[in-house]
Design a protein around this ligand. Structure first.
Ligand code: TRP
Length: 332
């Protein structure tokens, strides 16, 4: 069977450079290699923790679509679609819920982290706890075997494969397909505060649509080695966020090695490093921002593209759903 690629993002805000190095860049690299990867804007999943503010989600569907197109994902090489426009996914989810225990959902490490972050405790909405199952639906409905995601999504793929094996074994069928991640070289970029994961709510993210002066200000205020006080002091490369970003973005990796040695010895100032990073980020983000502006001026065109993709996605999901219903003897 040919490789099928599927991936997606929750539309809760514009995407940041952590998304870029964590998975968007990889998606751009592989778009010619595979036959029309599916790229889903996961609005239904985004509602699982924004149900009382759905407008935030529907508005950000556009932002995420702009980001996709801006980073160079080509409409003719990918199938972009909106999750809620493929209602079959909800039906898959309902069936799969019978094959996953509550205990298993509560053990999912990513869900656990998020529940803690959001302070849900016992009052976790069922829909939120259940979102890994809807993600199993997203992946299996298209028989996707390759999923380009950041490492925080690995628990979702593990759960997917558990459901796939469970159903395939129990019903002695091959209707569902196991998947594996396509990981980027850079797994996770810390926030500009150096302390936590990059995120909108943490106020520590550089967004793909940030203006040049905003990017500079964020770079200049980045967390470095707090013990590196005078330029001549020896510095700690490992805890300096600027180096982590340079690892991800600097095209001159050999030169970067020398800079690290210099920093360790002492005599290399943080401002110099920050200026280097700022230049590199400005160069990387400038064409992305320009392309984004062109799409921002044509939101109707972009929505048309998403709707066309969604119709096609729907036809694929419906076909798999029919097969699954046959397996369940619900083929009336
Ligand atoms: N959980 C992903 C995120 O938070 C979005 C997503 C939903 C997804 N369904 C998916 C990713 C299927 C890959 C495959 O960004």
């Amino acid at each position: 069977m040919k490789d099928i690629v599927l991936t997606g993002d929750r539309p809760t805000g514009p995407l940041h450079i952590g998304h870029y190095v964590g998975s968007l860049k990889k998606r751009v690299e592989i778009q010619e290699e595979y036959d029309k990867p599916f790229i889903m804007i996961a609005d239904t999943q985004a509602l699982t923790d924004n149900a009382h503010n759905p407008k935030k989600v529907s508005e950000n569907v556009y932002e995420v679509a702009f980001d996709y197109l801006a980073v160079g994902l080509k409409p003719e090489l990918n199938t972009f679609f909106i999750q809620s426009l493929v209602p079959e996914l909800a039906e898959f989810t309902v069936f799969y819920m019978n094959f996953v225990t509550l205990a298993r959902l509560k053990r999912n490490p990513t869900v656990k982290d998020e529940m803690q972050q959001k302070g849900f405790g016992y009052n976790v909405p069922v829909g939120f706890l259940n979102y890994p199952i809807s993600q199993v639906a997203d992946i299996t409905a298209f028989k996707a075997n390759l999923v380009p995601v950041g490492d925080d999504q690995l628990p979702m793929l593990e759960q997917t494969n558990e459901v796939v094996r469970h159903i395939n074994n129990h019903f002695n069928t091959a209707v569902l397909r196991e998947c594996k991640p396509l990981l980027s070289k850079v797994l996770r970029l810390p926030g500009t505060d150096g302390l936590s994961k990059m995120g909108k709510s943490m106020n520590n993210a550089i967004f793909l649509n940030d203006e040049p002066d905003v990017i500079s200000a964020k770079v200049m205020s980045m967390y470095t080695d707090p013990n590196h006080i005078r330029v001549e002091d020896p510095g700690n490369v490992e805890i300096n966020t600027v180096f982590k970003y340079l690892d991800a973005f600097d095209p001159e990796q050999e030169e970067l090695k020398e800079l690290k040695e210099h920093y360790k010895r002492g005599g290399l100032g943080d401002v110099k490093l920050k200026k280097r990073l700022n230049n590199i980020l400005q160069n990387t983000l400038e064409p992305i921002r320009q392309r984004r502006k062109e799409y921002e001026e044509n939101p109707e065109e972009v929505m048309k593209l998403l709707k066309t993709g969604s119709e096609y996605a729907r036809s694929v999901a419906a076909k798999t759903l029919k097969e699954l219903k046959e397996v369940f003897t619900l083929n009336y």
